[in-house]
Design a protein around this ligand. Structure first.
Ligand code: ZN
Length: 310
């Protein structure tokens, strides 16, 4: 297999200008500058405009309401324009633009906008779940333009988390793909296996361990495919292929309730019969399955997209 390029959410183009975060006046100054572009996030949704030219984040100038909100410096573009994310607590009435989640619009936005949305979503998730110091329990406060939290009691600095997770397209000698269903998913929803990387473990070792634990299959020839930020809430998905040494499945029922090897023909029949709920187009999982399949899979259309690759 080749590698996966142009994954959704993975192509952010904004210059993060990380050194500027050290300036304690950065946010106050940018919040007074009408040229600053603000992206607002409320409950995991941002305002998105739609036009002939596609979807775009709705950007506005700073307002008084932003001063007391959590603000994060997202970076600057090639013209020096600064972009700030603010986390609000109530969606404004409809009118300007509809509020959308990153899952909904990640594939529709430009690389720059999708990257900003993913960064803001990940940071907002982290701030919301790290309100207290893990060492002493005192409250923490956002600092460095939203890129650290500092303990008000002992001054310790806490950094945003990104948790690496591996996701793997495992095939057998006949080039059938291993698909499985987690107990949290509805009937019919199948995907490739995935799991978190443990301390002291390489990515390739995590692939082999997860497949062995979840379905009892030994995997070799683990090869890197691509990676994608997945801020739901804080993952970095790292995709791999792997070849199964044998095909007998022994499921860990706590993690996997159903697993199977499918040929391209079988996958096609499952999709056409509506027996297969495939991962959303924004996800690396979908792209990995389509890479193996040889082309796009569109259950809605059921047309030429589902033709078997030659
Ligand atoms: Zn503390």
């Amino acid at each position: 297999m080749e590698t996966l390029h142009d994954l959704s959410l993975a192509g952010g183009t904004l210059d993060r200008a990380g050194l500027r975060r050290r300036d304690p006046d950065l946010l106050p100054v940018l919040l007074k500058d009408p040229l600053t572009r603000i992206v607002e996030l409320v409950g995991g949704r941002a305002q998105v405009t739609e036009s002939d030219r596609g979807c775009a984040l709705f950007l506005r100038s700073p307002g008084d309401q932003d001063t007391n909100r959590l603000g994060v410096f997202l970076g600057q573009d090639g013209h020096g324009t600064a972009y700030l994310g603010v986390v609000g607590d109530a969606q404004e009435p409809a009118g300007v633009a509809p509020w959308r989640t990153l899952r909904e619009v990640g594939v529709l936005l430009s690389d720059m906008d999708a990257g900003m949305f993913a960064t803001l979503q990940g940071l907002a998730n982290w701030h919301a779940s790290h309100t207290h110091c893990p060492l002493c329990g005192a409250t923490t406060e956002s600092d460095q333009a939203g890129w650290i939290r500092r303990c008000a009691q002992d001054g310790t600095e806490h950094y945003p988390r990104t948790d690496p997770a591996v996701i793997m397209a495992v095939t057998d000698a006949a080039d059938r793909l291993l698909l499985a269903r987690s107990p949290h998913w509805p009937e019919g929803r199948l995907s490739v296996l995935a799991g978190f990387v443990e301390p002291g473990e390489s990515l390739e070792a995590a692939v082999a361990r997860e497949v062995l634990e979840e379905v009892g299959v030994v995997v070799e020839q683990v090869r890197y495919l691509g990676n994608q930020p997945w801020p739901f809430p804080s993952s970095l998905m790292v995709g791999f292929t792997g070849r199964a040494v044998d095909t007998t499945l022994h499921l860990d029922q706590k993690e996997i309730v159903e697993a199977m090897w499918v040929s391209r023909q079988e996958l096609r029949e499952m999709v056409l019969a509506g027996r297969f709920g495939i991962s959303p187009t924004v996800s690396i999982a979908r792209r990995m399955i389509e890479l193996w399949y040889g082309g796009p899979i569109d259950p809605g259309a059921g047309g030429p997209d589902l033709l078997l690759p030659a």
